[in-house]
Design a binder for this molecule. Sequence first.
Ligand SMILES: Nc1ncnc2c1ncn2[C@@H]1O[C@H](COP(=O)(O)OP(=O)(O)OP(=O)(O)O)[C@@H](O)[C@H]1O
Length: 390
Amino acid sequence: MEEIQSQSDNYRSSSSSASSPASRVPSSNFFYLRKPGSLRQPISFEDSPEWEDTDVEVRVEEGGDSINAATTPASPSLSKLNSGSLPSPPLPEGAAVARKIAGASVVWKDLTVTIKGKRRYSDKVVKSSNGYALPGTMTVIMGPAKSGKSTLLRAIAGRLPHSARMYGEVFVNGAKSEMPYGSYGFVERETTLIGSLTVREYLYYSALLQLPGFFCQRKNVVEDAIHAMSLSDYANKLIGGHCYMKGLPCGERRRVRIARELVMRPHVLFIDEPLYHLDSVSALLMMVTLKKLASTGCTLLFTINQSSTEVFGLFDRICLLSNGNTLFFGETLACLQHFSNAGFPCPIMQSPSDHFLRAINTDFDRIIAMCKSWQVSQTKLQLYCSHGLN
Ligand SMILES: Nc1ncnc2c1ncn2[C@@H]1O[C@H](COP(=O)(O)OP(=O)(O)OP(=O)(O)O)[C@@H](O)[C@H]1O
């Protein structure tokens, strides 16, 4: 599984060419409302944070960067949350316990997608892709433009449009079943934010809409999301961006979109192009924030076009696509080794992601050939002019 590779030149591409809230099953780890008569196996989230933690006082540690839940010794639900069914030893008063978000392992097997155009189904947009994403890790789907990244992400998340057909299987925690409402978040590339609200108001409003009525920890959940996305400095600022009102910077707006999904405390988070239109500093901040989020246990799976070396170093696994083909799936270091073995070692001064894209994208060859012919014609012109003048 670790290495799903193909070195064929044919694969080099050319870019030019949620259901209704499920009822909770009390004191169980199944976040799945079975349909009557359904034979599907429920998905088990072993360490699911329970939504009934009304006695957990969640607060943000001053100067701290992680999501923390402060609790008193007499907090049965949190002690259960931290240590399964065993009671946890009493904690010193005021001690902060890192909240564990139960991630879920997601495996996709032989995933193929076709999309219906005006008349017929297209050729395969994604072709027999295999891979997996594990809890507490960041898995990135990378590739040139139109290589099928977003389509693969949507297929794994079960959010393909009606015009698409999917073949193959997706397993969540070993169960071949759709992820239930609230267990995953999907962040689109562009979504509308309410510009007349502050970040905190907007997230609270989202929590009111998304969380079930019995859930009475909305404020804490919102504060968690703000903290997890490093939005504390912007929490009371208007989102803006409408009429003549200047909005939040692009990176912060993107983080607000992700925070909106975090209010559901998802086990798996899918993000389509989190670095879209971000400058290098905002991109690094975004990735460091996501890495922190992954370290709490959440499973992160996202698409990306290209990245800097620093950002690339934060990824755990990479799924490299070209023309819908999975050229490589595995750990990022193994990808470097794979390209090196194939005769394309990454130059020292080049970002690995740029190097991979360059190696698999025929557009680069065409552009370089165009540059060379232009340089030759320029040299000829200069020679002609100098001879003509003489
Ligand atoms: N809803 C759709 N209807 C028709 N064709 C589609 C649809 N969605 C995607 N496609 C086609 O599938 C191919 C892959 O698109 P996709 O958006 O998955 O690629 P991508 O790698 O995410 O591209 P980009 O980085 O440019 O967003 C493209 O050729 C696109 O035209």
